[in-house]
Every structure is written in structure tokens, then in C-alpha cells.
Design a protein around this ligand. Structure first.
Ligand code: GLA
Length: 378
């Protein structure tokens, strides 16, 4: 598209909120995220060398690395890349490995997606850089493959064994809609959000800690469950292949923790299927109830909630007009997502802030959020 030297390019790449289907995208399950109107913005100048300079303006930090020997994870002075620079470097590394031309750039990055809040700031950065390099070199790539390569960057370069949901949502978001992704067949479908409802995000202000190792541990527990369940069901490939009843029947063959992790996953996949029925029937209340069940399952069985998120959820559920509330994303900190009646959204927001402050002494950022378009050149 644009091969002129020193040409300027601007890309905006959204974060995402997951409505339902948490911790199932690495179990071949169904997820229902939406891209949101919080963005990573990349203002880039193409260069004629093989250097990438990234100015993380919000962090007050700059990193310059060469496109040769990305595997070393070093900047041009030989120092280890700062954590945040591993995302663009990882994207460059993966796309290069797959034979795509990656050009030198000087990029200013700013973001309104809070970091470590469960709204996929990292996927927004990855997908944003992929779209930027795609536009810079002019190669063609469908959005599913683009998302998969960004996921590969996070798995193999950054070292987080994440599923495909975040990168997919950031790349494929559609205004005013959620996107249903079947992480087994990779089929996806755009789904309208329930009528006359609003999505409210409440940020506990607690940032994730140990998330990466805890995340990888949860994934390992799921894999252990599949290995053990194969004794009873030799043909299963993932927890997707087990129903909640089948799991209950095999309770005895799983260690308690592994059983609880698996129970979250199999019931969560069932909840997404039920939620699609609710959406079809315009049953916003039914959808909200499933969100609440998800939160309890994430809290008690998957054990990825924290007291602050539980306070936000329980406080939200006491307020008028709240249809559902739950933690969103990987957990261990970050945000809740709330489905509320549109007409009461403003008072819901102010009451939830007050309740959180009263109960914890802390301040939550609570705001309306709109489903938005995936990453694109501006
Ligand atoms: C993180 C991962 C996703 C997904 C969620 C939990 O956001 O990046 O792939 O597993 O956690 O649903």
C-alpha cells in the first residue's frame, strides 16, 4: 500500500472486554468478547533502515531494536528488551519467520487501554503493530491468520500461553456487536448485544500480579484433566468434549483442584451456549444471570478472582438495573464487566463507585463502554 520512505501511518487498535466464555479459549471452547472504545494508537514514520524505534509515551520510555536477530530479545545497545517492547519485537519476529516483510519504523505509542486490567492491552499492541507492518509493506492477510500470528508472538516470544480470544477480538471487533468465536473450528459470528442494555466496565485499580505464571498453571491443570479423563473417554481432545454431567461422573479420578478447574471450563462452555439462546430470544435478564454464574465459577472453582473484584460484583448486583456482573479477562485483578439497563446506567455508575469506596476505601474507575471496530489504519 505504502512503500514510500518516511511515509507516515496511523493505526488504532482496541482493547476488548469478554462478556462470556472465560478461560475456555485454550480448551477449544466458545468465547463472546467485544472490542471496546479504548485504544492503543500508533503514530509511525517508515524508515529506510532495519531499525524499529518505539516511543512508549505513556511510560516515558523509548526502545530501539534491530530487525536482524530479533530472537536475541536485545535492544541495539545489547541490553535486554524491556517487557513492553517484547510485544512489538515478538510480532516482528513471528511475521518475519512466516515470510512477511517487516519494515523499519519510528513509532509513537499512546494508549487508553489500561495496562494489566484484563482488557487486553497487550493484544491491542500486538494486533496494532501487525496492522501497521501490514500497511507499511502492503501484504495481504486475513484477520483470523493475523490474530493467530499475534497469538504465536505472545506464546513463543513473550512466553504467555494464552488462547486466541484477545487477538481475535482486537482484530475482528465490529461496532455495537460482540463476536462469537468457536476456538475449535475457528468459525466466528457477529452477535448483536442485548437491546436497551449498556456495558459498564469497573476497574478495581488492582493490577494483576503473578498472572502469567498463574495463567500458565491454570492451563496446565486443564491439560492434566484431559489426560486423566482419557481413562474414561479415550477419544477426547480437550475439555470441550466433556459435558458437565460426564465430568461429575468421573469426579473420583481427578484430584480435587483439577476437578474444580475442569468444572469451571465445562460449565462455562455450556453457559456460552445458553447465552446464545438468551441473545436470540432477547432475554437480557437470562444473559445477565449467566454472567453472575460465571463470576461465581471463576471465584470458587477456577480461583482467579480477588476480594476487590468480588466486592465490585456483589455491590453491582445490589443496584437497580443491574442484569449481570462478573470479572472479565484472566482475573487476579483488573476489571469487572456489568450488563445494565440503559436508562439507569448513569446512576448505576455513580452508585457503584460510591459502594466500592465505602467498602474498600479505594477508588474504582467505572465507565460506559461501547463495542467498536477492530484494529485499523486511520
Ligand atoms: C487472557 C488470555 C486469553 C484468555 C483469557 C481468559 O486474556 O490472553 O487468551 O484465555 O485470559 O479467558
Amino acid at each position: 500500500m505504502n512503500n514510500e520512505s518516511n511515509a507516515a501511518l496511523k493505526v488504532v487498535s482496541p482493547g476488548r472486554v469478554n462478556l462470556l466464555g472465560e478461560h475456555v479459549d485454550y480448551n477449544d471452547g466458545l468465547v463472546l468478547p467485544a472490542a471496546i472504545n479504548r485504544y492503543v494508537t500508533l503514530n509511525a514514520q517508515l524508515t529506510n533502515d532495519n531499525l524499529v524505534t518505539v516511543h512508549a509515551l505513556d511510560l516515558g520510555s523509548t526502545c530501539r531494536f534491530s530487525l536482524a536477530h530479533l530472537e536475541n530479545k536485545k535492544d541495539i545497545d545489547g541490553a535486554a528488551l524491556p517487557d513492553w517492547a517484547e510485544y512489538p519485537a515478538g510480532v516482528a519476529w513471528v511475521f518475519q519467520n512466516h515470510g512477511f516483510e517487516i519494515r523499519g519504523l519510528d513509532v509513537k505509542v499512546t494508549s487508553t487501554v489500561p495496562i494489566g486490567a484484563g482488557l487486553s492491552s497487550s493484544a491491542a499492541v500486538e494486533v496494532g503493530f501487525a496492522v501497521l507492518w501490514q500497511a507499511a509493506a502492503g501484504w495481504q492477510l486475513d484477520r483470523l491468520t493475523l490474530a493467530q500470528l499475534c497469538q504465536e508472538a505472545e506464546n513463543r516470544y513473550v512466553g504467555v500461553n494464552c488462547g486466541l480470544m484477545d487477538q481475535f477480538a482486537c482484530a475482528n471487533g465490529v461496532k455495537d456487536h460482540a463476536v462469537l468465536l468457536d476456538t475449535r473450528s475457528l468459525e466466528s459470528k457477529v452477535v448483536p448485544l442485548p437491546a436497551q442494555t449498556a456495558i459498564v466496565i469497573a476497574d478495581s485499580g488492582v493490577r494483576r500480579s503473578l498472572v502469567d505464571s498463574s495463567y500458565n498453571e491454570r492451563r496446565a491443570d486443564c491439560e492434566a484433566a484431559v489426560r486423566l479423563l482419557k481413562n474414561a473417554y479415550p477419544n477426547i481432545k480437550a475439555l470441550r468434549d466433556i459435558t458437565p454431567n460426564q465430568l461429575e461422573n468421573e469426579k473420583g479420578i481427578l484430584p480435587n483442584v483439577v476437578f474444580k478447574r475442569a468444572r469451571h471450563v465445562v460449565t462455562e462452555i455450556a453457559r456460552v451456549k445458553d447465552a446464545l439462546v438468551c441473545l436470540n430470544e432477547g432475554d437480557a435478564e437470562g444473559f445477565g444471570k449467566l454472567m453472575v454464574e460465571t463470576h461465581r465459577s471463576l471465584r470458587d472453582d477456577y480461583q482467579v478472582s480477588i476480594p476487590e473484584l468480588d466486592v465490585l460484583v456483589e455491590s453491582a448486583l445490589e443496584l437497580p438495573g443491574c442484569l449481570g456482573a462478573r470479572l472479565t479477562g484472566a482475573g487476579f485483578g483488573g476489571c469487572t464487566v456489568n450488563l445494565v439497563r440503559e436508562e439507569g446506567a448513569a446512576s448505576f455508575i455513580s452508585n457503584l463507585k460510591k459502594a466500592y469506596h465505602r467498602k474498600t476505601g479505594e477508588t474504582a474507575r467505572v465507565y460506559l463502554c461501547h463495542a467498536s471496530q477492530g484494529a485499523h489504519v486511520k
